[in-house]
Design a protein. Sequence first.
Length: 290
Amino acid sequence: PTAAQVSAVPQPGRFRYTLDNDVLTTEQRQFYEDNGYLLIKKLVSDEDIERFRKEFIRICKKEVNPPGAMTMKDESLRFQYGQSEKAINKVQDFQEDEELFRYCTLPEVLKYVECFTGPNIMAMHTMLINKLPDSDKQTFLHPMHQDLHYFPFRPADLIVCAWTAMERADQNNGCLVVQPGTHKEPLKPHGYPELEGKTNKLFHGLLDEDEKSPRVHLVMEKGDTVFFHPLLIHGSGINKTSGFRKSISCHFASSECHYIDVKNTTQEHLEKELVDMLQKKYNMTSMELR
């Protein structure tokens, strides 16, 4: 529970994408309505971010191994750097790591989440991203995409991502890039962009991208947090610096959301790719996602 008094029923009339609450100003609600994202400055403390950073390093060194977490490595760097933050670009699904999962329970974050999902909140998808230096190969470019592509549940308007910068993020180290207003568009077909040898597993992007659509680079300071709609088209560029650009994020959804069958939808091929990956990982001959 948070301090926000929120109705879980979308309000007819002026606001479609936020619920009535006493946290957001009318201007903030209108901004999210129009643009599909909302940036809140200095929301997460330096102390919490330092704790998340230390836990990430422990995971990199295999001092802790949270069950179910997926650690994504740059295979080309693993021989050079071994088990260190210099080779690991993401820890995904960290819900069993007590220290990192604290992010999903921070009252200051949930206070805002509730304005989008209502009071019955579920953490659906967690990531700590460590964008590695990458000036030539563009391995860690994340193509423009909509997060709803990865989620087999609806309604989309009761899902929100909270994304917190763990240090300054700008165009030099690959900050988030958003296309304002695209949250009002439907879910579009995604796949691997035609960048041979420059794509990471499951880093899908829009197959038909509108290059002329206006883009905003979200320059963020440490602790700044952006909340955005799962249909908002966004991505991130490459990290042209010698440092690492870390961020921590969670997708939250109302527990009233329902699962859908993705057969005969644009998400069907993603389900097949996931099943193939899991079958290999767990050495199983058949598997069904539920």
